[in-house]
Design a protein around this ligand. Structure first.
Ligand code: GDP
Ligand code: MG
Length: 441
């Protein structure tokens, strides 16, 4: 596949913006790669179509071919789709005892994952966990959980012969409350395929406890079937997240993409082996790389983009040291801020700045405002951006109107520009750019 791709990319060496043809040609190969990774056909088709619209017209980084650029755009779009809201791997389990319901087909890895997750909650979050097997059809399955529990030092609900799943669930709930457990996990029975009896059983259990999390455990190697399973369980039971198992195998994990696209539910964890610590938080970047299988190209484009950014920054610093900080430079700074997660994000990263981040938020200095400021700069002509001193009353009115804002907003932006410009001049004088360079690192 790689060879085929580089062939296509060699033919696409035009520079500038991505044309519709560039994008189409490259995406044909991307589509094949997705299908080979076991992404379901409709999902692959929709995804490629969305990327096509998004990619056409985008700039091509210097020294990169259009085809390579498209791969990078695809890679980033994949990460976007794979990423759910909220922290990956986070579970809503405050207010003890919190019930977690584990559902899925037989052999998907429910029992193993129940124990892996219990171990993780115990070791990483210091939680007291109780596990209960509801698999009354297979006594061996109940034994299996008990043995795993012993192995990892997590309690299991004592097995009582002849009880049905609902009775076991009620006993688990009572025991979790009396025993002071933080979490109790219910490992349900599976079937080889989805059937009515299974669904009714899981529904009955769900209604006894109202689970805080309902995790669907699916074999990541089963591709299309996994998606079908997820759809069914979500419709009947309502799932809060997915655990993809057997991701230690050769599969490329296309099921992850299909499942996100079809259910919209977050993938929380991936299983990477049979051992009890082979469970990891789901990482969209990693799976995206694996699904696409074009890591070299992505790395190449990222490197080229970094080089260009470094060159731009260097040029900007040189001009700033000479006191030539113009609106283009300010725009670059504002864009950088958004990229780094906005003002709050940047401050949140700096130790001791958490409180200030809150103040910034209260003052309305958020992403939206950064974007408005960028819009104002975009509404200026080339000449005006390079020479902000040109901005007199009539020009100001035109610019503010063009960006859908007031002249007073523009005045604020100009004040900020003047302040930054003064500061840059001072810093430039102090270290002939050296200090500034340090500050920007
Ligand atoms: P259940 O029927 O859904 O409860 O499935 P089990 O938890 O009993 O797992 C079935 C088999 O899959 C067992 O042999 C597990 O060791 C194995 N298994 C579970 N998760 C993983 C995984 O992430 N990777 C690998 N390689 N094997 C797994
Ligand atoms: Mg089981």
């Amino acid at each position: 596949l790689s060879e085929r791709l580089s062939g296509v990319f060699d033919r696409l060496t035009k520079q500038g913006a991505l044309s519709e043809d560039d994008v189409k040609t490259a995406l044909r190969e991307v589509r094949v790669a997705l299908l080979e990774a076991d992404v379901s056909l409709p999902v692959a088709r929709d995804f490629v179509k969305a990327v096509q619209e998004q990619a056409t017209g985008q700039a091509v980084t210097k020294s990169i071919t259009p085809g390579q650029q498209v791969v990078k755009i695809v890679h980033d779009a994949l990460i976007d789709v794979l990423k759910g809201e909220g922290e990956p791997g986070a579970l809503k389990i405050d207010n003890p005892p919190a019930p977690i319901l584990m559902v899925g087909l037989q052999g998907g890895g429910k029992t193993t994952t129940t124990a892996k997750l219990a171990k993780r909650l115990k070791e990483r979050e210091g939680k007291r966990v109780l596990m209960a097997s509801l698999d009354v059809n297979r006594p061996a399955a109940m034994e299996q959980l008990a043995i795993l529990g012993q192995q990892i030092g997590v309690d299991t609900l004592p097995i009582v012969k002849g009880e049905d799943p609902v009775a076991i669930t009620k006993r688990a709930k009572t025991q979790a409350g009396l025993g002071g457990y933080d979490v109790y996990m219910l490992d349900t029975a599976g079937r080889l395929s989805i059937d009515e009896e299974l669904m009714q059983q899981v529904e009955a259990v769900r209604d006894v406890v109202t689970p805080r999390e309902t995790l669907l455990v699916v074999d990541g190697l089963t591709g299309q079937d996994a998606v079908h399973t997820a759809e069914n369980f979500d419709e009947r039971i309502g799932i809060s997240g997915v655990v993809l198992t057997r991701m230690d195998g050769d599969g490329r994990g296309g099921a992850a993409l299909s499942m996100r696209a079809v259910t919209g539910k977050p993938i929380k964890f991936v299983g990477l082996g049979e051992k009890m610590d082979a469970l990891e938080t789901f990482e969209p970047e990693r799976i995206a790389g694996r699904i696409l299988g074009m890591g070299d190209i992505v790395a190449l484009v990222e490197k080229a983009q970094e080089t260009i950014e470094a060159e731009q920054a260097e040029r900007m610093m040189k001009r700033m040291a000479k006191g030539q900080f113009n609106m283009n430079d300010l725009k670059m700074q504002l864009e950088q801020m958004i990229k780094m997660g906005g003002m709050q994000g940047m401050m949140g990263m700096m130790p001791g700045m958490g409180k200030m981040a809150k103040q910034v938020e209260d003052a309305g200095l958020d992403d939206k405002m950064l974007k408005q400021q960028i819009a104002l700069i975009q509404s200026m002509t080339k000449k005006e951006r390079a020479n902000p001193q040109l901005l007199q009353a009539s020009r100001k009115k035109r610019i503010a109107k063009g960006a859908g804002m007031e002249v007073s907003d523009l005045n604020k932006l100009m004040k900020m520009h003047r302040q930054m410009s003064d500061m840059m001049k001072k810093m430039g004088k102090m270290g002939k750019g050296g200090m500034l360079k340090q500050a920007m690192k």
